[in-house]
Design a protein around this ligand. Structure first.
Ligand code: ZN
Ligand code: ZN
Length: 372
């Protein structure tokens, strides 16, 4: 794989700090590990980050003593790093965070990630003198807009998935099982440089395709059946997401062929609606209108798309109920589908970067339906 350009990790903290006052907090206790990774470069499985206006404290346990120092330094993030070594890991980490937060007045918590039990323990045991403030999506809001380094990682993940599909298509033949194909896709992505799949690969043929999130089964793929392939790769923590629908030979069922034609038009209309300033719900509308006109509005069983980045599903949401607007540097999917138990399922999905006047497609695998 070619060298990935650096990301501006250290530049994210000032933007987070600028959002604290608006959220009614003097400091933020970051507990979601994916947000800690975004803000510091740390990729371990335990840690807390206390963000104050002029102070940054990161605490983790002994397993990550060296990794934490190395990763924060590599990211150019200047923090006091505390390492618990003896008692229960979580307890040590919390005690260190509590000491660092002793003088904080209004301490923001990530309300969508903190459990009721944790909140009670924070209030009674660890931060009794602070006023705990529920904040929502402060780091997630920053994560929507990707920098050049992040875009390069998502593009690399998308390109690995494109190549994996190209190498596996010849193995999608009548009699191959869904599981066979899923395993081959996962293997091809790993061999292509992915650290893993970005979610459990979906290969769903015939009636299984009518379940949008079916798990690959031992059922052999039949000739003339629609096969939904939904998968993605991870590169340096960043995900890609793509769905293609194929058929071994011509579709046996004329309705299935029509479903493919309608979903392809719907997806193209959604992609055409993606640009900076567009409301995410307009993209959903563009896709949904075409499917509804074909009479299958009730068979489009999910939202049109989602943001993609460190998580496979993140902000912004592309759905009828979304209040999000798209901006330059957002990465979203457009993935309409039609699911009919008697005919199977069709979904077509691309991962796109929003630009000033449109979007750039990161998933470029061909959309040809028929495999001979
Ligand atoms: Zn997908
Ligand atoms: Zn998706």
């Amino acid at each position: 794989m070619t060298e990935l350009p650096p990301m501006d990790v250290a530049g994210r903290l000032p933007r987070l700090r600028a959002s604290l006052a608006g959220a009614g907090a003097d400091a933020l206790l970051v507990t979601r590990l994916v947000n800690i990774r975004y803000l510091t470069g740390f990729t371990g499985s335990a840690g807390l980050l206390l963000v104050q206006p002029d102070d940054l404290v990161f605490v983790t346990d002994g397993r990550y003593r060296d990794q934490a120092a190395d990763q924060l330094a590599a990211a150019g993030v200047d923090a006091d790093i505390g390492v618990g070594l003896t008692a229960g890991r979580q307890r040590e980490i919390l005690a260190a965070a509590a000491a660092a937060a002793a003088a904080v007045g209004r301490l923001g918590l990530e309300a969508l990630a903190v459990t009721w039990a944790q909140q009670r323990e924070f209030a009674s045991t660890w931060f009794p003198s602070a006023e705990l403030v529920a904040t929502e999506g402060l780091v997630e809001a920053l994560r929507k807009e990707k920098d050049a380094g992040e875009l390069a990682r998502i593009a690399a993940a998308a390109s690995i998935a494109d190549d994996a599909l190209a190498s596996v298509l010849p193995q999608i033949v009548g009699g191959a099982t869904e599981r066979d194909v899923a395993i081959e896709l996962d293997f091809a992505m790993r061999r292509g440089g992915a650290s893993g799949p970005s979610f459990e690969t979906i290969v769903a043929a015939g009636p299984n395709g009518a379940k949008p999130h079916a798990r690959p089964s031992a059922r052999p793929i039949g000739r003339g059946e629609l096969v939904v392939l939904d998968f993605g790769a991870v590169v340096d923590g960043y995900c890609s997401d793509m769905t293609r629908t194929v058929c071994v030979g011509e579709p046996a069922d004329p309705t299935a062929a029509r479903m493919v034609e309608v979903v392809a038009r719907s997806q193209a209309a959604g992609v055409a609606a993606v640009r900076a300033g567009a409301r995410a719900k307009e993209v959903d509308d563009a896709c949904r209108t075409i499917i509804a006109e074909a009479g299958w509005g009730d068979a489009f069983l999910h939202g049109t798309g989602h943001g993609v980045g460190l998580e496979i599903h993140e902000a912004p949401r592309v759905a009828a109920s979304s209040a999000d607007s798209l901006a330059v540097g957002h990465v979203v999917t457009v993935e309409p589908g039609v699911y009919l138990p008697e005919h199977g399922g069709v979904r077509i999905e691309d991962t796109l970067v929003v630009t000033e006047d449109g979007c750039r497609r990161l998933t470029n695998a061909p959309k040809d339906l028929v495999l001979q």
